[in-house]
Write a protein that binds this ligand. Structure first.
Ligand code: GRF
Length: 202
């Protein structure tokens, strides 16, 4: 629960390692941070993100096709949990599932996603992980970098809230480029969440 109501209550949805969750959590612990992470949700019970949250006394929740075979029931359960935790802002950070229509309706304009390319370039269905960086290299782009955007019912299509440019270097592989972009993700995401949280409290 949020013991500091002056701060915006954030839920983070993760599927994998959770390095963006860690960056966000570190930022939330600074004295003047306008937000707190009060819930971490994952569809993957073995995700590094869930383990990190549990280690840091952040409430966690595992909700997946296994716990809720019916997508509508899963969507409804997410809304119920988000409301029970009085969540005001949702961040999907490496969350590999689509957010359902009920969550989208309940949190319209308050769900952020981080994507590892300069959207609208190299987004959309199937564009995640190494596929994104492979596409950047194949296109011969000289610039890449993460984007933070609002989540809608189409992959990577909502309003772009912020991005950070990262150079593509000669000899880059999808792995070297991904690593450079990830460093920028860890700067951009806390910056955008901080800014948006300040705006929500104004
Ligand atoms: C990041 O590259 C993010 O842009 C993408 O998935 C990756 C998640 O990494 N959506 P992590 O789980 O935060 O380490």
């Amino acid at each position: 629960m949020n013991d500091r109501p002056d701060r915006v209550s954030v839920a983070v949805l993760v599927s994998g390692a959770g390095s963006n969750l860690r960056a966000l959590h570190a930022a939330s612990l600074t004295a003047d941070s306008p937000f707190r992470i009060v819930l971490v949700i994952s569809n993957n019970s073995g995700s590094g993100g869930l383990a990190y949250a549990a280690d840091h006394a952040i409430p966690t929740l595992h909700v997946s096709g296994r716990t809720h075979p019916d997508p509508g029931a899963l969507d409804a359960e997410l809304v119920r949990q988000l409301q029970a935790h009085q969540i005001e802002l949702i961040v999907t950070a490496g969350y590999m599932k689509k957010v359902g229509p009920r969550v989208l309706a309940e949190y319209a304009g308050r769900i952020l996603n981080i994507h590892p390319s300069l959207l609208p370039a190299h987004g959309g269905p199937g564009m995640y992980g190494a596929a994104v960086h492979r596409a950047v290299l194949a296109a011969g782009d000289r610039l890449s970098g993460p984007s933070v955007h609002l989540v809608t019912d189409e992959y990577d299509e909502g309003e772009i809230i912020g991005h950070q440019e990262v150079p593509v270097l000669d000899g880059d592989t999808p792995e070297t480029l991904a690593a450079r972009v990830l460093v920028a993700e860890h700067e951009l995401l806390p910056m955008v969440v901080t800014e948006l949280s300040r705006r929500l409290r104004r």
